[in-house]
Design a protein around this ligand. Structure first.
Ligand code: UDP
Length: 238
């Protein structure tokens, strides 16, 4: 899909994208469909997955001073672990071999982030799910996603969005004249302050030369389409 040969892929799935319309935390049909696509892709690619937690809790959901910011963020990271456990079981139902690594370890269900082990497991075509972002409050799963992409030597990040088809000059749902960018350099994203991911995450991607494809994960067969460049997307590169 890129000019580079693609072997290792990191897929970012936002929490909001897996939430059901009736407010149930999981849209199970949708998650099963994503898992089915990932099972197909795992025959050809080595796959890592980072799941957000926004369908359950985000650190900025509180108003007032009810929770300490750090604790609100730990609640968010725990939400990503709940999602990761659910996603693991669904992938296993599709015949995948899956390891669940987490920056916050729950001994009975997650493995710690040991880079050599992760890379050995990926080489055996085992899917890696990464939970709990960076493991530190004050960050988002976008930063966690880039760190894990570096850990696993990913060639590309497939950054699934739940409401847009790629990167625009402004929010296209509010500003109908917002300009769509099919291709951008990291430097342009930074200069124009475009909303792709937080700046530290973007800078890390540039330093490690990891291309990002931003696309709408909610469209049908989104993962199969983006890997074959058969949908609208923004390609961000050096
Ligand atoms: N979070 C955190 N540190 C991290 C990653 C996540 O503190 O490294 C917390 C933060 O509160 C965040 C929440 O976990 O709001 C859920 O993650 P995120 O909002 O990135 O999920 P997504 O938007 O992808 O569903």
């Amino acid at each position: 899909m890129s000019k580079k040969e693609i072997k290792r892929v990191l897929i970012k799935i936002s929490g909001a994208s897996i939430k059901a319309k009736d407010n149930n935390i999981f849209n199970l049909d949708y998650i099963k469909n994503l898992a089915k696509q990932i099972a197909m892709l795992s025959k050809k690619y080595q796959i890592g997955i980072v799941i957000g937690g926004g369908n359950i809790w985000r650190g900025n959901m509180t108003t007032g001073n009810i929770f300490k910011k750090a604790n609100a963020d730990y609640m968010g990271m725990l939400s990503t672990i709940i999602n990761a456990i659910a996603f693991k079981d669904i992938l296993v139902n599709y015949g995948c071999h899956v390891n669940l690594y987490s920056a916050l370890v729950i001994n009975n269900v997650t493995k710690p982030i040991v880079i050599e082990q992760i890379n050995r497991d990926l080489s055996k075509k085992n899917i890696a799910i990464f939970a709990a972002g960076t493991g530190h409050p004050y960050f988002t799963t976008d930063t966690g996603c880039v760190i894990r992409a570096i850990d696993m030597n990913a060639d590309v990040i497939l950054m699934g969005k739940d409401s847009v088809d790629g990167v625009f000059s402004d929010d296209p749902q509010i500003n109908k004249k917002a300009k769509f960018y099919p291709e951008l350099k990291f430097i342009d994203v930074l200069k124009m302050n475009l909303k792709v991911m937080d700046l530290s995450a973007l800078t890390l991607c540039e330093q490690h030369n990891i291309d990002i494809y931003v696309f709408n994960i909610l469209q049908s067969n989104s993962l199969l389409k983006i890997i074959n460049k058969k949908c609208k997307f923004t390609h961000i590169h050096k």
